[in-house]
Write a protein that binds this ligand. Structure first.
Ligand SMILES: [Zn+2]
Length: 242
């Protein structure tokens, strides 16, 4: 419908330009019309996409100036939000429902990572995004080891909405071999541990290089964790709706 509206407007504009400007040089009109007609399918599709995006965001049930639900801007990023299930190291469901929220800049960067991976036949699967401070406190109570869980006093980049835990999947949505599962607490998950099969190292390097290209920086102890540290967002308590 948007596309039709766009072309209708385009036609109306051309008709108006022809009938309403008799004193104007015909040559200029023809050139303008030709110029306009070059706003062809590709640009019209682009306009349509932007409008759809705006419509989606305007109907959002959260503050879009502070947050982005990643699947609203990139629906094909796969989610396996482990803390929305009991399949996590706490064996407790911590999120009421599986939605991935990030600060808008971080979400945009992650979208770019995903789109670049897509050109290579891959995509992203996400395990965790923004994590409310209340959840961080629960994690710390179970695992007070700063190598793996940030002390809530200092806060986690996840609670600032600028961190994401993710891996690469193939076209069928199957995760690549990264050597360990998400939240594996041990040396096998360390990025600087190069004592791993070549395939694992290559997969980890592809993930890290693509993430870091768009400003999502990795850490030493968890190959899946990336964040944009300098955005200056505060620790947050926001809890999303279902
Ligand atoms: Zn993380």
């Amino acid at each position: 419908m948007r596309l039709i509206k766009f072309f209708t407007l385009l036609i109306c504009f051309s008709v108006f330009a022809c009938t309403g400007s008799k004193n104007t040089d015909d040559r200029i009109i023809i050139e303008e019309t030709q110029e306009d007609s070059r706003i062809t399918t590709e640009e019209a599709i682009e306009v349509h996409k932007e409008e759809t995006q705006r419509e989606l965001l305007s109907s959002a049930d959260y503050d879009t100036t502070l947050w982005t639900d990643i699947n609203r801007i990139q629906p094909d990023i796969l989610l396996d939000l482990r803390y929305a299930t009991t399949n996590n190291f706490l064996e407790k469901q911590l999120y009421e429902c599986a939605r991935c929220f990030l600060r808008p800049e971080t979400a945009k960067a992650l979208q770019k990572v995903h789109l670049e991976l897509r050109t290579k036949g891959y995509g992203l699967l996400v395990w965790d995004c923004y994590r409310p401070q209340s959840v961080q406190r629960k994690m710390w109570a179970v695992m007070p080891n700063p190598n793996y869980v940030a002390n809530p006093e200092r806060g986690s980049m996840h609670s600032r909405g600028v961190a994401v835990d993710a891996t690469i999947v193939d076209e069928a949505g199957i995760p690549l071999n990264m050597g360990t599962d998400f939240d594996y607490f041990g040396r096998a998950a360390h990025y600087d541990n190069r004592d791993l099969p070549e395939e694992v190292l290559q997969n980890r390097d592809l993930l890290r290089a693509t993430m870091e290209k768009y400003g999502l920086m990795g850490i030493r102890t968890e190959w899946w964790h990336f964040s944009m540290r300098d955005l200056g967002y505060p620790l947050d308590e926001m809890v999303w709706g279902c």
